[in-house]
Design a protein around this ligand. Sequence first.
Ligand SMILES: Nc1ncnc2c1ncn2[C@@H]1O[C@H](COP(=O)(O)OP(=O)(O)OP(=O)(O)O)[C@@H](O)[C@H]1O
Ligand SMILES: C[C@@](O)(CCO)CC(=O)[O-]
Ligand SMILES: [Mg+2]
Length: 328
Amino acid sequence: MTRSSAPGKVYLFGEHAVVYGEPAVPCAIERRARVGVRRRDDGKLRVHAEDLSLDGFTVEYGGSADEQPDVDVSESLVTAAMGYVDGAIEQVRDVTGEKTVGFDVTIESDIPLGAGLGSSAAVVVAAIDAATRELGVELEPTEIAERAFRTEYEVQDGQASRADTFCSATGGAVRVEGDDCGSIEAPDLPLVIGFDGGAGDTGQLVAGVRALREEYPFAEDTVAAIGDVVRNGEEALEAGDLEEVGRLMNFNHGLLSALGVSSRSLDSMVWGARDAGAYGAKLTGAGGGGCIVALDPTDETETALSYTPGCEETFRAELAETGVERLE
Ligand SMILES: Nc1ncnc2c1ncn2[C@@H]1O[C@H](COP(=O)(O)OP(=O)(O)OP(=O)(O)O)[C@@H](O)[C@H]1O
Ligand SMILES: C[C@@](O)(CCO)CC(=O)[O-]
Ligand SMILES: [Mg+2]
């Protein structure tokens, strides 16, 4: 068994707009997905996902596409989970040249699914690293990031940025603009997360923004305005000016809301954090439901969020300095 882990992330700035070439600044956090793999020579893929339903589930299939997995959980859950794992294994087969190899795959994760914390990227990055190493191939984090991006790109129907996968593979705070990806220095960030217990489907939310951009020219301007906010945010980060970073996060949330990707519970958590004195707060990731991220060095935001209707869980997030990590 070869195992790797990879972290989730929050966006300080720039989700959605990054899909259209604007810059974004995501930041890896200490919540990880761990993926263990063992080679199989019958070409089959057997996936055990501990956290995908209450009791987890196992699905085994292989060979031809008409061979349906035999499991007793909903088909949509299986399809969703298999898309990412399948895509990751396809990349592994491609890069190692072992076109017909199969795997037993076990996924454990403490990143909530579809909540804007990059669970999909973490699973794909950890799976690619573990499965290539199981076959005796060691990839650099940047190569893993590139392969993981291709997987997200396919699952999200040809609309994805490199931000989540690069951040998960390399760790730390990063800046992504098109195919230009790099690490940046960030000041100590007092990150507080609020989670509404819900989820959004990244592919669908990205498609919604795309439709809006096609229908209204000013939605294109909204996306460009997010780019301006990000560039200002980078300067504020460089200057270590957390108050300004917070103000720009607020601005960014308003623009995401205009693009239709916020929700009642996300807005109410954002306002809960602001009222508690956070420097700023915004939704993180694709939106639709899931998590907000706020900046607050005091305990006030966490306390306020724990009483905010719609907030199910609140916790402080630490920056993950390490991206993909080899466990054994
Ligand atoms: N623990 C897990 N086990 C199996 N599959 C998982 C797990 N965590 C995430 N996934 C896969 O990732 C999908 C969620 O990815 P999606 O991109 O919609 O949300 P996210 O990555 O959590 O949030 P965002 O992209 O907004 O940051 C799940 O439907 C599932 O296919
Ligand atoms: C919404 C989005 O910008 C971030 C999802 O975490 C999509 C992407 O970058 O691929
Ligand atoms: Mg995702």
